[in-house]
Design a protein around this ligand. Structure first.
Ligand SMILES: NC(=O)c1ccc[n+]([C@@H]2O[C@H](COP(=O)([O-])OP(=O)(O)OC[C@H]3O[C@@H](n4cnc5c(N)ncnc54)[C@H](OP(=O)(O)O)[C@@H]3O)[C@@H](O)[C@H]2O)c1
Length: 450
């Protein structure tokens, strides 16, 4: 905060920190509620008082529960008000939100944001702008909702070399997958229910395509590995093509399917980055994470395995993270940290990303084959030729000539080899394309810290 901004005085009434809240929707509404209803608690715990000076929205005619705070559509006026010391951006997206953030930073005003899309797309430029104007960006709410994972990675675990980060970071997908697993529902039915309950948007594409998780992984992996990660660096597959048959078959093998965001340290200073539906063993803690909850496993070389669990979205959990950021900014700890730490994307090198073909996993394959002599042998020969060794193979009984699923699990193999093998398998005369291929991730063996 600049010299003109209020100084913390613990003895007397603190001079209030003036705020512009740009966006008063799900998260902005929660922030206004905490600031209003918990003002005394916040003051008692931190010595700070906040003064919400403007609420900026798109539609001023909507009913808002907070009287006394001017509501406007004019974000520029709100940001420029000299009585506003911190700007909270909770609009979302990368157009107006970007303008708001750039304008606030160029005036030297700190920004608190929950906007992972904006950070994944324009993080390096925005952080550089903040540095140029001697201010900062706080973004705890951008990943994991109320889970303090940004603080953990940038401060609490700073003594560690992080070896891997594996997370369930999209609540919508986890709600859908939980319903598919527990109720045996199809993807379409589970999505419909998630939409009805408010866990999925009318247009769920950003979530179910895996992009939302990839944007969060870009932010998290950057902090974990001291590199600059762009969304395009991440191999992404969503849950929208997942079939209930595979959830059931995985269950028979002792696995639960989760959408995982995975960042791992790889040989030669490389980082492996991916988001995809993943078979997680039922004994793994991540298998237990249900519904809208998020969980992020972080493996540090000193601390070993840590797990961060909580509500990954929603009005009040996300607002909890936004208000924590406000306090960090107002206390001066966040600006200091921003100045000192070399973990933000404007002060780190672009990630040296492991090529997709070199990604390693175990695999689950569901090959649909005609029950004819020699088919199984042809499939296993193709896999063997690519040095992909089988862990298990299972074929249901069927009448000769019928199509049957053959379920195969493999030991660790490279993605490139598997893709080549799948091409050849799907080209076999007695095989019905396209073979279903999912990855199996075993924790903690694969990711055990040093
Ligand atoms: N929802 C969650 O659980 C959650 C969790 C973590 C992070 N986030 C992030 O938090 C941010 C906000 O999400 P949200 O769910 O709160 O969104 P939301 O409910 O859609 O609210 C968006 C707010 O921005 C306002 N707005 C939209 N366009 C505007 C414009 N051009 N000018 C001024 N105001 C405008 C809207 O005004 P009106 O009220 O007039 O429509 C609304 O108040 C996003 O970056 C999101 O990714 C959300």
């Amino acid at each position: 905060m600049s010299e003109t901004q209020p100084q913390l005085d613990r003895q007397q009434q603190p001079e209030p920190v003036g705020l512009a809240l740009v966006g008063h929707g799900v998260v902005g509404g929660g922030v206004a509620k905490i600031l209003t209803e918990q003002a005394d608690l916040l003051r008692a715990r931190t010595g700070l008082a906040f003064d919400l000076r403007h609420i900026v929205v798109r539609d001023v005619s909507k009913q808002r529960p907070f009287a006394g705070v001017p509501v406007t559509t004019n974000w520029r006026m709100a940001v420029e008000d000299p009585r506003v010391h911190v700007v909270i951006e909770l609009v979302g997206g990368t157009t107006v939100a970007r303008q708001v953030v750039e304008h606030a930073l160029s005036l030297g005003k700190p920004v608190v944001t929950a906007n992972k899309s904006l950070l994944a797309a324009h993080g390096p430029e925005l952080f550089a702008l903040a540095r140029k104007h001697d201010t900062c960006i706080a973004f705890e709410a951008s990943c994991g909702g109320g889970i303090p994972i940004i603080d953990a990675l940038s401060r609490g675990l700073v003594a560690n070399r992080i070896d891997a980060l594996v997370g369930i970071v999209n609540g919508t997908c986890n709600v859908i997958l939980t319903r598919m697993t527990k109720n045996g529902w199809s993807y379409a039915d589970a999505l419909k229910e998630a939409q009805k309950l408010g866990f999925a948007e009318a247009d769920p594409t950003l979530d179910v395509s895996g992009r939302d998780a990839a944007q969060k992984l870009a932010v998290l992996a950057g902090l974990a590995f001291n590199v600059c990660v762009r969304e395009a660096d991440i191999h992404v597959e969503g849950i929208d093509t997942l079939q209930k048959t595979d959830i059931a078959l995985a269950g028979e093998l002792g696995y639960v399917i989760k959408l995982l965001a995975i960042a791992e340290r790889a040989a030669g200073d490389k980082v492996a980055l991916r988001v995809h539906p993943t078979l997680v063993h039922q004994d793994d803690v991540l298998a237990e994470v249900s519904g809208s909850f998020n969980a992020i496993s972080v493996y540090g070389n000193a601390v070993g395995h840590t797990l961060f669990y909580g509500r990954g979205a929603g009005s009040m959990p996300t607002a909890s993270a936004v208000v924590a950021d406000l306090i960090g900014v107002a206390l001066g700890t966040t600006p200091l940290q921003f100045k000192q730490l070399r973990v933000y994307p404007d002060s780190t090198q672009p990630a040296n990303v492991l090529p997709v073909d070199d990604l390693q996993s175990r695999y689950y394959l569901r090959v649909t084959a005609k029950d004819a002599p020699g088919v199984m042998a042809q499939v296993t020969r193709i896999l063997g030729d690519k040095s992909i060794s089988l862990a298990a193979i299972n074929q249901r009984e069927a009448n000769e000539g019928e199509m049957v699923p053959i379920v195969i699990t493999t030991h660790l193999a490279k993605e490139g080899a598997m893709r080549q093998a799948l091409k050849e398998i799907d080209a076999l005369p007695n095989i019905q394309p396209a073979t279903v291929c999912l990855r199996i991730v075993d924790q903690p063996k694969e990711f055990a810290g040093g």
